[in-house]
Design a protein around this ligand. Structure first.
Ligand code: FE
Length: 249
């Protein structure tokens, strides 16, 4: 399987900056803020810190598949096995005048896509598999008035050359003077991945090559430490919230 290769961004993409909010930094430090913070609280306390975008990689397919629970495959109704992960993403726009002010960005399209517990993506042809026509573990949601979207997925598996990750892409809605597109990836603490992958269905794969860890992944090393999800345990798996700020200049 080929690795994700860095892609040259367009001018507009290069101009785009991701800004990781104070909430995200607190989460990196091990502090978990209330998930249901009010719009005012979340917006007004968000401090914006620049973080890099990351490559889209070879497996993005613009399916336009709007759904919150991406575990099923609409082509046959099957549901992907794996540790449930509830992922909330907050999207905030940063004004050109007041850089310290982040406002919830409503109406933005947020796509996520990832591999399954065996390291396989849907709807692509690759060295080891052909999943064309299948659409598991892909989907998008549109941000609400608080700039939020919520997905239900599984903890991703892994594939050779990459540390475990979830891809995401944010596209602003038609209400903005200039279209913005932001693409990056979420990561996981290696120790958490170790424990997850020791369990089924992750442990049953026959892959003999060693798993790539965060610091051995060249894409992760370009800002990935700012994109690690702070996981909270739930009754069945994990949940996480991550706030992303987009430079709207
Ligand atoms: Fe990938």
């Amino acid at each position: 399987m080929s690795n994700d290769e860095p892609l040259e961004g367009s001018m507009s993409r290069r101009r785009m900056l991701a800004l990781l909010g104070l909430t995200g930094m607190n989460m990196l430090a091990g502090y978990s803020p209330p998930v249901l913070a009010s719009r005012e609280t979340r917006g007004s306390t968000l401090g914006c810190i620049v973080t890099p975008q990351q490559t889209e990689g070879p497996y993005f397919v613009d399916e336009r598949l709007r759904r919150a629970d991406i575990r099923s495959d609409p082509s046959d109704g099957s549901v992907k096995e794996g540790l449930p992960l509830t992922l909330e993403i907050g999207v905030f726009g940063v004004g050109a005048v007041d850089r310290s002010a982040c406002k919830p960005l409503s109406g933005a399209m947020v796509d996520i896509w990832q591999c399954d517990a065996q390291g396989i993506y849907s709807d692509v042809v690759d060295e080891g598999f052909n999943t064309v026509g299948r659409k598991f573990l892909r989907g998008y949601q549109v941000t609400d008035a608080d700039g939020g979207v919520r997905f239900v997925t599984i903890y991703p598996g892994w594939y050779p050359g990459r540390t475990p990750h979830i891809h995401f892409k944010i596209r602003t809605g038609p209400g903005y003077a200039q279209a913005h597109e932001f693409t990056s990836q979420f990561y996981f603490d290696d120790r958490t991945s170790d424990s997850v992958f020791a369990r089924q269905p992750y442990a049953r794969r026959a892959e003999r090559r060693p798993r790539t860890r965060n610091e051995d992944d060249g894409i992760f090393r370009r800002g990935g430490s700012q994109l690690i999800l702070a996981l909270a345990e739930t009754q069945t798996g994990y949940s996480a919230r991550f706030d992303v700020g987009l430079d709207m200049k």
